[in-house]
Design a protein around this ligand. Structure first.
Ligand code: ZN
Length: 483
């Protein structure tokens, strides 16, 4: 007994030593770079974003008509405002409304860089509820207001501002730079970015890396870190909706059978909700932990530095909140349920739709298997609810030239921020580019609080002028740092 006790004490001591050593070796991955000469972007750059917002380039739904005049007007506006871009770069119009610019590099053998953005926006909702008109581009001295000031015209205009400036300075990139600007990101991006990516693939273009929207410099959004955290998306979750349907004899509600189509579907939805897919630490989230963990207070660092021991605890912490849960799990969200016509008639059919966002490392087949296993009732038909299923995007590593260039540029422009790779929860146009490269990064130079987040696709979208100008410098430096 005594021996066993002594053994356990020793074991505990060894364990504590390992934990402490691992924590001490869990070193910061943040590097410092000397600040570059600041480049000044002023009122004219601000006015051009204001004007860009005035074109109501709205995407409504797949196959629904768009205000072509607004899209064409916007394209013409770009031609007017960015004369050097339009005389020195080759512009191709893809599917009528998307644009691909080629900035030929001096070194033909170097892989290309693709900077992406989209200029369609979601509908504004009830315009009367906006403090300033959604297509006013109103400048109140601190903010520019309107649809697209966060998602995603600001990024597109910033890329063009930076490119125009570099051209005016006689800069020629070493690697070829493509600017890919889509017109239908909000409704799948198939005609825009999808076609541009396919075009590059057909031409055999060697792409070194892609940068698109997705994540930002967040403020107060990463628990236990006071500093801003600039997040770079290195994969994005997949998407599948599954339809459950069932037909059963109905009857009068005065003499109900034990089961009906409705009760079967309700039970199936309940089982799916109670038995969700298991949480896991995917590649991008493991990287996130490596980069943010060392910046945390000691007690948290102990857990993050010792994943081998505290993995369960870590997953428990993540699954405790809705946003954390989404980072570590294929989420299950019942979104539609339908059955019944009259209060005293037992319905003969019932159906439900459940939306899943798929974690990298799993796929739509795994989700369907999980649904079949969990529902476990042959009377219920299970099938994908829509044509479009997105598999999770491939995991882009953080040891590439592209990642390093983005990392360095963020640290130069936002030296106060911690930089970390992570998993993007929403979809972006960049997924179409997985046919040309494995190195796809999702970051737009925006400063975001959770309050700003709600403005994206919500009311009162606006961007702080100072942040927008900083964003232009980000692309300006990135183009230099990527050479
Ligand atoms: Zn967007």
């Amino acid at each position: 007994m005594k021996k066993l006790f002594r053994f356990l004490v020793w074991l505990a001591v060894v364990l504590v030593i390992i934990i402490v050593v691992k924590t001490l070796l869990f070193k910061s991955l943040q590097q410092d770079f000397s600040s570059p000469e600041p480049v000044v972007f002023g009122d004219e750059s601000v006015n051009r974003l204001s004007e860009a917002v005035k074109f109501p380039t709205i995407s409504y739904a797949v196959d629904s008509p768009v205000d072509t005049a607004a899209f064409m007007g916007y394209m013409e506006f770009l031609g007017d405002k960015y004369p050097l871009v339009h005389s020195k770069l080759k512009r191709e119009v893809i599917n009528g409304l998307s644009m691909l610019y080629t900035w030929e590099g001096s070194n033909r053998s170097a892989g290309a860089l693709v900077l992406m953005a989209h200029y369609d926006v979601v509908p504004p909702g009830d315009t009367a509820l906006w403090e300033k008109g959604p297509f006013s581009g109103y400048n109140d001295g601190t903010y520019i207001w309107g649809r697209g000031t966060l998602d995603d015209k600001a990024a597109m205009i910033s890329v063009l501002e930076a490119t125009e400036k570099l051209l005016s300075e006689g800069f020629t990139p070493e690697r070829t730079v493509y600017l890919s600007f889509g017109h239908d990101e909000e409704i799948s991006g198939v005609r825009g970015a999808g076609t541009i990516a396919a075009t590059l693939r057909e031409r055999g273009v060697k792409v070194d890396f892609v940068l698109d929207e997705g994540m930002a410099v967040t403020k107060g959004m990463v628990p236990m870190i006071k500093k801003p955290v600039a997040l770079i998306g290195t994969s994005e979750k997949g998407y599948i909706s599954v339809r459950l349907s069932c037909g059963m004899p109905g009857g009068h509600s005065s003499t109900p059978e034990k089961e009906s189509a409705l009760t079967l579907i309700a039970g199936a939805v309940d089982r799916l909700n109670k038995n969700q897919m298991k949480p896991q630490l995917s590649g991008p989230v493991n990287d996130f932990i490596r980069y943010v963990g060392p910046e945390m207070p000691f007690y948290a660092k102990v857990i993050f530095a010792n994943k081998w021991l505290f993995k369960k605890l870590l997953l428990g912490i993540y699954t405790g909140s809705a946003s954390g849960n989404a980072l570590v799990r294929t989420t299950t969200a019942p979104t539609i349920i339908s059955s019944g016509v009259k209060d005293n008639v037992i319905p003969v059919t019932a159906g439900a739709v459940v939306n899943f966002r798929i974690l990298p490392g799993q796929n739509s087949g795994d989700v369907l298997d999980h649904v079949k296993r969990t529902v476990n009732d042959e009377r219920i038909i299970i099938e994908p609810a829509e044509d479009f299923i997105n598999e999770p995007a491939p995991f882009s590593p953080s040891n590439t030239t592209g990642f390093r260039a983005i990392f360095k540029t963020i640290r130069e422009i936002y030296p106060e921020a911690v930089v970390a790779p992570t998993l993007t929860l929403s979809a972006s146009d960049s997924r179409h580019f997985s046919q040309v490269t494995n190195n796809i990064y999702r970051f737009a130079p925006l400063m975001m609080t959770s309050e700003d987040m709600a403005r994206v696709h919500g009311l009162n979208e606006r961007t702080m002028i100072a942040d927008y100008l900083r964003g232009i410098s980000f692309y300006y430096r990135l183009l230099k740092n990527s050479q």
